[in-house]
Design a protein around this ligand. Structure first.
Ligand SMILES: [Zn+2]
Length: 266
């Protein structure tokens, strides 16, 4: 069984950094996870997910570490011990519970490791300070915006030697403000924390614009170089969408934001 080439939207986060966002196209998973499902715990065939992650690693030029995302704000910092333990092997299915991960090149010189963040409507965020050799990912859904996982990630990057003035960030495909309908009290709670989250649906009901909220939080951290891949996962069939699948009474897979230092040239 062979797969089509992986669908991938690259972003430029600096010299020596490979980064971007996967699409559904190009993996081995069968419906309703077709095709490039990179998420475990969504009832897909584990062998298919492992093969898909291998394809993603080939694209990135490094094995890709994933975490178990729990809508929190913990940041997992990959260590040289992690990298040495994994070597050129595939990392474990999950490094543990965390909604952000960080890797510093000086700790991973001999064994470059990529980072992946899994989403299907939530906002994937990629970070790189190419000069300092620090990369990071974050998963920001509604809870992640409320907890400001973005600021927690930036703080970890600074602790690892990165600088906001050199940081580039990319905000990936997510459900848009016209589609993410929520009850008005839920909207009010998020807007009280991040006013930029305020939105309304095409029908005029209350909603949240999570990508706008994340971009505002990045700017508040002092990051000015923010790219936005402005695609709506719910409207655009090229992506997995939890909300779209739920409305159809089915489940779905997860796409990923990926970043690595010294990855293969695309
Ligand atoms: Zn939309």
């Amino acid at each position: 069984m062979t797969a089509d080439p992986i669908g991938f939207i690259p972003v430029d986060l600096g010299q020596g950094v490979t980064a971007g966002f996967t699409l559904r196209r190009g993996g081995l998973s069968l419906p309703p996870w077709d095709e490039l499902n990179l998420g475990v715990n969504v009832a897909d065939d584990a062998a298919h997910v492992a093969a898909n992650r291998h394809l993603a690693a080939g694209l990135l030029g490094a094995p890709v570490a994933f975490s178990t995302q729990v809508h929190g704000s913990d940041v997992y910092v990959l260590t040289a011990a992690d990298a040495a333990q994994w070597g050129s092997l595939t990392p474990p299915e999950s490094v543990g519970q965390a909604d952000a991960m960080l890797a510093a090149a000086d700790r991973l010189d001999e064994h470059p490791i990529g980072l992946g963040v899994l989403v299907a409507d939530c906002v994937p965020v990629l970070f790189a300070d190419a000069e300092a050799g620090v990369v990071a990912v974050a998963h920001a859904g509604r809870q992640g915006v409320l907890l400001n996982v973005v600021a927690a990630t930036v703080a970890a990057i600074e602790s690892a030697g990165g600088a906001c003035s050199n940081l580039r960030a990319a905000v990936g495909p997510a459900v848009c403000g016209r589609c993410y309908e929520v009850p008005s009290d839920m909207q009010a709670q998020v807007v009280a924390a991040v006013p930029e989250a305020a939105a309304s649906t095409r029908q005029g009901t209350s909603s949240l614009d999570l990508p706008a909220a994340v971009i505002a939080q990045l700017h508040l951290c002092g990051i000015t170089d923010v790219q936005h891949v402005d695609c709506c996962t719910m409207e655009d069939d090229r992506f997995f969408s939890h909300r779209r699948a739920s409305r159809r009474g089915t489940t779905t897979g997860r796409q990923a934001g990926l970043v690595a230092m010294n990855g293969a040239a695309l």
